[in-house]
Design a protein around this ligand. Structure first.
Ligand SMILES: [Cu+2]
Length: 330
């Protein structure tokens, strides 16, 4: 069994092994494939008419397969890392814990001996510390894919009157954990599509739920924006923090599945749609470019993965579903 640990449980040696293995995958030309896979599966979303045409649904985002696709992705990358060192598992970044720090920018994840630090605002947000700084010579990003330098702008995202200066809070996580349904029709990214997947992906904003307190994108999406720089476009796996972020997203899903198994056993497999949904998002659909179906990803134990520090069902109040009506929300 592969135990995926919190980054706060890693020894200095484990951190070093993980970082070196990423650099080695980059050297071997493997790493850049990850960026292409993620980029490629997202391409249909560039069309403005995409939400209205079910044939143009993104295979990995804005729909139910968001969590399965990324679980398959993490597994593929972890297999490659283990070719370099068998002891490696992808660690997770508990950004809810970091949201409680007075300065999340100085959290251990951003140490120069681990993921490296913030970008330099005086130098177009280029990351200048750690193994993934371009100047260090080991982390060249393909020019067509947002390169060549890795960039970050921790907590400095601004668009119009929205600033993303905080990480998702424990309260935000509780809203997700208390969702009883995995997804609801139309399984899209509307702020009114209430359900675990859309909540965790981060599309349920203040507009769709009065219980959301912070402006703009939530949970998973919010973290991409908070890190900023290379984590913003479709090529976001260019920043290896992507994998630590998605590992935590996957852990949250795994914890939610466990809670649902206990509280809601009749609703197995705790996934929809079984069929008839958008292409690539149904239970038996293949998660391109992986040779796995949605169904194959649903049980992380079957994939040989367990998470350290599992959240317990009694840590969360599981509400029965209470509709948040769009009629008086906007
Ligand atoms: Cu993401």
């Amino acid at each position: 069994m592969n135990v995926r640990k919190s980054i706060t449980s890693l020894s200095d040696d484990e951190k070093k092994t993980f970082v070196n293995a990423l650099v080695e995958l980059k050297k071997r030309g493997k790493y850049d494939h990850y960026v292409h896979w993620h980029h490629h599966v997202m391409i249909p979303t560039v069309f403005p008419y995409e939400p209205n045409d079910p044939n143009y649904r993104n295979g990995a985002h804005r729909g139910p397969a968001f969590l399965p696709w990324h679980r398959a992705f993490l597994k593929a990358v972890e297999n490659d890392l283990q070719q370099i060192d068998k002891s490696i598992t992808i660690p997770y970044w508990d950004w809810v814990a970091d949201s409680k720090l007075s300065d999340p920018k100085s959290a251990p994840i951003w140490d120069k001996n681990f993921m490296g630090g913030d970008g330099n605002p005086a130098n177009t947000n280029v990351v200048e510390t750690g193994a993934f700084s371009h100047a260090n010579g080991n982390w060249n990003i393909v020019m067509d894919e947002d390169g060549p330098e890795l960039r970050r702008s921790l907590g400095r995202f601004k668009a119009g009157n929205i600033t993303i200066d905080s990480l998702p809070s424990e309260e935000d996580l509780r809203l997700a954990m208390s969702e009883a349904f995995y997804d609801v029709p139309n399984s899209n990214n509307s702020p009114f599509t209430i359900g675990f997947r859309n909540r965790l992906e981060g599309w349920i904003t203040k507009r769709g739920d009065y219980r959301v307190r912070t402006d703009g994108s939530q949970l998973h999406n919010r973290v991409h924006l908070w890190v900023g720089g290379s984590m913003m476009p479709m090529t976001s796996p260019n920043d290896p923090v992507f994998f630590l972020h998605h590992c935590y997203v996957d852990k949250i899903w795994s914890d939610w599945q466990e809670i649902q198994k206990q509280n809601n056993p009749d609703a197995t497999p705790h996934y929809v749609p079984i069929s008839g949904g958008p292409k690539g998002h149904n239970l038996k659909d293949i998660l391109n470019p992986f040779s796995m179906t949605v169904e194959d990803t649903l049980d992380n134990i079957k994939l040989g993965i367990v998470y350290e520090k599992t959240m317990k069902a009694f840590d969360f109040t599981v509400f029965s579903w209470r509709p948040v009506s769009p009629f008086w929300a906007d």
